[in-house]
Design a protein around this ligand. Sequence first.
Ligand SMILES: [Zn+2]
Length: 296
Amino acid sequence: MERPNLGFAVSYLDPERLQEQLTEWSSAGFGAIETDYPPLLENPIRVLESWSSVIRDAGITVWSVHAPYGGAYNLSHPDKRQRRRAVEIHKVVLERSHILGAQVLVIHPSADSSHKSSAPSLLNESLEELLPLAQDLKIVLAVENMLPDSWGENPAELSRLIAGFLSPWIRLCFDTGHAHIAGNATLWLETVLESVATYHLADNEGTHDLHLQPGYGTVPWHQLAPLLQEASFPLIIEAIPWGKRPLKRVREEVEALLTGRVATTAIAGTQGYIKCRSCGSLLIEAEPGAFSCSCL
Ligand SMILES: [Zn+2]
């Protein structure tokens, strides 16, 4: 299988140590990142413009930006004024994402499940207002599937909703961790694959959104891998490095996981990944027939 194009979700682009961060990501082999939105609102436009060239010179692409979530940022807020404000804040984030060269803005369909019946039409209204700007800036609005405590947990339902726009600028962000908790991640991804514009790759044990590194929970990566391999864009890992390992090891392990190079065993019909008895890392096939962990 081809080597997947992997990216990493970073919580904060730090103006004080941006160069250091860029070196860390590029030396780990990541060519793309997703950043959370706060630094885009906490710095003047001229600073974002200067970052844009520094980031590009480091060979990194800001693939996506994670938009604000919850409360005042709820795009399906039942209160009209609050919802309009949320939409206008998203416009500011869109404009600033454009300065950093982002191609995708990950947005959230709701903040809770208290208005399930009205949320779809309210989200529709917000998307109608955001779409012209997204289209002008050539940024895809990627609606993320949520955890079961918020409306929007069903990616198939979101996919049907966005299909109504007939626009390539409104698509899905498929979060593997959320889907694993809310339902069957594999079946859902098979159903919505054509609508997906970006991913959040994260693992968990099917109950809490732990943001484990892929391979350290129970997400069925062996089933998802062929579907993920179809992506023509960077796959964003939104997870905490297992055991605080260096990012390079994270990239290598996820790459191995998605290309069938993690050591597995089958006992009485049950398949499992093999982990090192000393360091707890997945054993990956670095070279044909040569396996490595974090301590070897
Ligand atoms: Zn080891």
